[in-house]
Design a binder for this molecule. Structure first.
Ligand code: SF4
Length: 479
């Protein structure tokens, strides 16, 4: 770390210590201190949002105060890691690397430590795949070391059930204290001993899958699972530990999970965030019939934005929130995915690749043909409610895969992009007019920003890339 960066880190950590001393009293002066030490170009929109929350004492302010109710040791470590190491210091480094290497550099890396899972949920690939594949401790450690060189300090575990490997995951937290680790988990392996380990390392945050009530959960995941999930949430809350909820919404559960009562239940349980994921019909036996209808998706769009304006919970809806990040974030633009076999995929839902992390460096993977196709063609649509080359622009994925010569990497049910397209094309056509209606709605709070054009959610290096390539991604193509 350069001396100036070390000094910046020390100064920012001091600001967090000051805030921690008496959050309610000191929070009013915090942004003045941040503005003094952090250059204006670093995360300007996030800083504006913090400033507004503090001034207006709104739901985001209440969320901040909930964070200050966490175990003091954990919250101090986590705030320093997340704000200082993972964002304020990491972002300029990522931008420098994007500029230098002329390819995408991720903000976060998703990886599957294992294909193993302790549950046997209906319809889940891990249930069929078994315990055959693992990224070793050394594999994951090497990915993190390489990622940090590029400025990436956020690592997100998917699976399989990552906590099957909880000892290794804690060792990685211990070794990389300047990184934050998020883990999508069924929560059934969280016990008191693991909570104590989380307190000790201070940089591990579970995102617990919760997609329905006791009856729905137990019928899909096995009897007693819902009770175990609730027990894990209670343990985390009692220990003052941070956690969130992840929820895959489908045509069947969309109306049940998108309710204010469900949000209140999450807050009461102690969750700090809720991330909604639109069901993707990926894998030969995943039916298109579970895809939410356009009406459900429109309702979800309004529901999440409404909740975000009033609940003390950080709610995101990955398929409808593309405008905050400039559209598709895959292919390393903000994230990538490495499966348990080591295949480096553009996205957790895109099971095609040219490279395996056992054969190439992370940087070589980011420069591999399919990743460069993403780099050259993002965004895939100028309406960020239609961001995906697979879901809403179904002809794009086949083209990217064909032009790059990528192969299928699905661990259980490989399918061709054409077979996948056959499942998404009707839904994409049905969603397009609804997406256009919402996008062009003059009463939508985001309307003015949308008029400003493609800048919204873009990094400086995105804009420089557009200028260099002479086009705004692939959004001029016929949709
Ligand atoms: S490929 Fe599709 S699902 Fe993946 S990040 Fe891009 S838009 Fe989202």
């Amino acid at each position: 770390m350069a001396l100036t960066q070390a000094a910046e880190r020390a100064a920012l950590n001091k600001i967090i210590d000051y805030l921690n001393e008496d959050p309610e009293k000191n929070i009013d002066t915090i942004m003045t201190l941040v503005n003094k030490f952090v250059p204006e170009y670093v995360l300007p929109s996030q800083r504006r949002a913090f400033d507004t929350a503090i001034r207006e004492r709104n739901n985001w302010y209440r969320l901040m105060m909930r964070i200050f109710d966490l175990n003091p040791e954990v919250r101090t470590k986590l705030l320093k890691t997340l704000i200082v190491d993972c964002s304020v210091l990491a972002w300029p480094q990522q931008e420098r690397m994007r500029e230098k290497h002329q390819c995408n550099i991720p903000y976060a890396i998703l990886l599957d430590p294992t294909s193993a899972c302790n549950l046997r949920c209906t319809g889940c690939w891990a249930a069929e795949y078994g315990h055959a594949l693992n990224l070793s401790f050394e594999d994951i450690d090497s990915i993190i070391c390489q990622g940090k060189e590029l400025g990436c300090h956020i690592y997100i575990y998917t699976g399989g059930e990552p906590l099957v490997r909880k000892d290794d995951l804690i060792r990685l937290c211990e070794k990389h204290q300047d990184c934050a680790f998020l883990c999508f988990t069924n929560a059934t392996l969280i016990d008191e001993a693991f909570c104590q380990e989380m307190i000790r390392v201070g940089n591990f945050v579970p995102a617990i899958s919760a997609e329905g009530d006791e009856g729905t959960t137990d019928s899909r995941r096995g009897k007693g699972t819902y009770a175990k999930i609730e027990r894990a949430m209670n343990l985390l809350r009692e220990n003052g530990l941070p956690f969130g909820i992840s929820c895959c919404w489908t045509r069947e559960n969309a109306d049940a999970v998108a309710t204010e009562a469900n949000m209140d239940w999450m807050i009461e349980k102690g969750a700090l965030f809720c991330w909604y994921f639109h069901y993707m019909p990926v894998g030969a036996s995943s039916p298109a019939s579970l895809m939410p209808t356009p009406e459900q998706r429109e309702r979800m769009y309004h529901f999440v934005r409404d909740m975000r304006s009033k609940k003390e919970l950080f709610t995101m809806d990955f398929q409808n929130d593309g405008e905050f990040v400039g559209g598709c974030i895959a292919g390393g633009r903000r994230y990538l995915h490495i499966n348990a076999a080591g295949d480096v995929e553009p996205c957790v839902f895109i099971h095609y690749s040219n490279v395996n992390i056992h054969d190439v460096t992370l940087l070589e993977a980011l420069k591999s043909p399919l990743f460069m196709k993403y780099y050259e063609n993002q965004p895939f649509n100028d309406n960020h409610l239609r961001p995906c080359p697979m879901l809403e622009n179904p002809y794009e994925l086949g083209r990217l895969v064909a032009e790059s010569g990528a192969h299928g990497t699905d661990l259980v049910e490989p399918e061709t992009p054409e077979d996948l397209r056959r499942k998404t094309v009707a839904g994409a056509a049905a969603w397009a007019p609804v997406a256009e209606k919402i996008w062009n709605d003059e009463n939508d709070p985001m309307y003015t920003k949308r008029l400003e054009g493609m800048q919204q959610g873009m990094a400086d290096t995105d804009l420089e890339k557009f200028e260099r390539l002479g086009h705004f991604g692939d959004c001029q193509n016929e949709k």
